[in-house]
Design a protein around this ligand. Structure first.
Ligand code: ATR
Length: 282
């Protein structure tokens, strides 16, 4: 029987997840269906219950429901607990819901395996202190960076986020202006929502050196505003988050189906038809 999976969000029409998972399924010969479900903003729990009652096997959860998915899951993985958010739900044989978060591990796989970067002993800067930053902090700290700075427009949010994660590694939070003199960094990750409105956080000079890699968690048709900024600053590389999107989906697929798909051809297929407007999630 065909196993049923879906991604739930609001909005959802833009989602690349159905395309990615159908490509994974075709590649691995798995008999599954994968659809996009629009849940009302106040109706995620109802949508979830209906999907499970209809025999659904697993869900990806995207904005704005990841925190609610974490709360509704019966059992959560350590990485979902770290992030206080779940982007992947699996329906167990006993009907219980298992919550996981594949965003951070997907990013780390993209950085290390697809882009060939080293994170151990490197100096990292994360811009932003919202849900996107929270989801990647734990897996990045587990890679053993020399230091990780979280910088945010609202400094107090960055400080609070760093406080939550300080037991995992050398992380501190600060405001954007206070970054003056703190650079250069080896890797700068943009986890703000600025790219979605074609803007760049207001950053002081001196953050980028000739070897610095800049990575925008958002992706779109062509370089994002942050990638243009990185190029203007003389960064070695400027990357978008399409690879992270594919890798986080691959980790979810592996959880559900017990096999790891080859992400390279799927990444290439998506590059042929990336969305016109910048997007930041699955
Ligand atoms: P998400 O779940 O996508 O991270 P969020 O929780 O609303 O969304 O967080 C958005 C992040 O982008 C925040 O860090 C926000 O900064 P503030 O906490 O100061 O609001 C950041 N952000 C959004 N637009 C920005 C801009 N134009 N410049 C700098 N930071 C921006």
């Amino acid at each position: 029987m065909t196993d049923r999976y879906a991604v739930v969000g609001h909005p959802i029409a833009h989602s690349q997840s159905p395309r990615i998972h159908r490509l994974f399924a075709a590649q691995t010969g798995q008999d599954l269906s994968y659809e996009a479900i629009l849940a009302p903003l106040d109706g995620f729990a109802v949508t979830l219950r209906r999907f499970v009652a209809e025999g659904g096997k697993g869900l990806n959860v995207t904005l704005p429901f990841k925190a609610e998915a974490f709360i509704l899951a019966d059992i959560c993985s350590p990485r979902a607990t770290q992030a206080s958010a779940a982007n992947t739900l699996t329906v167990g044989a006993d009907g219980r819901l298992w919550g996981d978060n594949t965003d951070g591990v997907g990013l780390v796989r993209d950085l290390k395996e697809a882009l060939g970067l080293t994170l151990f002993e490197r100096r990292l800067l994360i811009l932003g202190a919202g849900g996107a930053a929270c989801g990647i902090l734990g897996p990045l700290l587990e890679e053993g960076p020399r230091g990780l700075v979280v910088a945010n427009r609202t400094a107090a949010r960055a400080e609070a986020l760093a406080d939550r994660f300080h037991c995992l590694g050398p992380v501190r939070g600060t405001g954007l202006a206070a970054l003056a003199g703190a650079g250069p960094f080896d890797l700068i990750l943009n986890a703000t929502a600025a790219s979605l409105s074609d803007a760049v956080p207001d950053l002081p000079p001196g953050l980028v050196a000739a070897h610095t890699v800049c990575y925008d968690l958002a992706y779109g048709h062509g370089p994002t505003a942050f990638m243009h900024w990185a190029q203007q600053q003389g960064a070695a590389r400027a990357e978008d988050g399409l690879g992270m999107l594919v890798e986080q989906a691959a980790v979810a697929f592996e959880l559900w189906r017990g096999m790891r798909p080859d992400t390279a051809p799927v990444r290439a297929a998506l590059r042929q038809g990336a969305p016109q407007a910048p997007d930041a999630d699955s």
